[in-house]
Design a protein around this ligand. Structure first.
Ligand code: ARG
Length: 295
């Protein structure tokens, strides 16, 4: 079954405010037309790379005045056809929840999503802070700069899936997806200094050293950890040579793209996408358990 990925058309994208240390609105406003043009090209290259890797890409429209809608990873957490719409911490992004909810209702009509609910009571910034790990069948849940620590329990209850809570250590790596990326083969690419000591400990307990790939300062600064892993293909902001070699040695094909217009907002490949097709395998497991019981 092929991946289904949501992207937001970049027509309304710009860097208009700063809510993370990467954002440079003054740079953008110095030459908005050139940046917008570069952003459109970078976005199209990413879409083409996803499609070349076999994904089906569904495109939604953004809204004027809500430039960060171009990062649908933050729109919702999605599993088993259920979408839990985000609740954003910053007032600049809070109004995105409504248009994202409407977009998901349209996806529901198109049969791409089954159930749509809104996050209440806690901050939770979508898949940016709730990354589904297909190999381990659990959510890695980030908290601190954006999502509330209590979001892990909410996600666990809503989806009936295991969650592992990882507190983030710095504002620079403000969403878990900026520093943590489970790969299709079961390895996890991550940037150690971005996790608290307790979070690293929890992660080490669940993922053996042979499956941990440490990103360097350089890799994290290039925004390459924010990657989309599709089978043997990994699509990321152009990586430093050493990281590309390391992943190639493990059998991956790395597609490195110039995503600089989006890094100017603190976003990369993963942020610009949202998987709609992840399943927990709960149903498959239930069928297998039943088969064993009745065997
Ligand atoms: N400017 C956006 C923000 O600060 C970037 C979001 C990037 N998305 C992500 N999933 N890391 O919220």
């Amino acid at each position: 079954m092929s991946a289904t990925i949501l992207m937001t058309d970049p027509a309304r994208y710009e860097v208009a405010y700063a809510i993370n240390p990467w954002m440079r609105p003054a740079d953008w406003s110095a030459s908005p037309a050139a940046h917008a043009h570069a952003a459109r090209s970078a976005w199209s290259r990413l879409k083409a790379a996803l499609e070349a890797a076999g994904a089906r890409v569904v495109v939604m429209e953004g809204e004027a005045g809500l430039p960060d809608m171009v990062f649908p990873a933050n729109a919702a957490v999605v599993l088993d056809g259920k979408a839990l719409i985000a609740r954003f911490r910053h007032p600049e992004r809070a109004p995105e929840a409504l248009p994202f909810a409407r977009a998901f209702e349209r996806l529901q009509k198109d049969g791409l999503i089954g159930d749509v609910a809104r996050t209440e009571g806690v901050f939770q910034e979508g898949a940016g802070d709730a990354i589904w790990d297909r190999s381990r069948r659990l959510f890695w849940v980030g908290s601190g700069p954006r999502s509330s620590p209590a979001s892990a329990q909410l996600i666990g209850e809503h989806f009936g899936a295991p969650t592992v809570s990882l507190a983030l250590a710095t504002e620079r790596f403000y969403h878990l997806d900026t520093c943590f990326c489970p790969l299709a083969g079961g390895e996890v690419l991550y940037y150690p200094p971005a996790l608290t000591k307790a979070a690293r400990g929890r992660f080490f307990d669940l993922v053996p050293a042979s499956e941990r790939i440490e990103a360097s300062d350089e890799d994290a600064d290039a925004f390459s950890v924010n990657a989309v892993s599709l089978g043997r293909t990994i699509i990321m902001a152009r990586p430093p040579r050493r990281l590309a070699d390391q992943l190639a040695e493990r059998g991956y094909e790395v597609v490195g793209l110039d995503l600089s217009p989006f890094i100017l907002s603190g976003g990369g490949a993963f942020c610009m996408t949202l998987r709609l097709d992840h399943t927990s395998g709960a149903e498959a497991r239930a069928v297998r358990a039943h088969a064993l019981e009745t065997a």
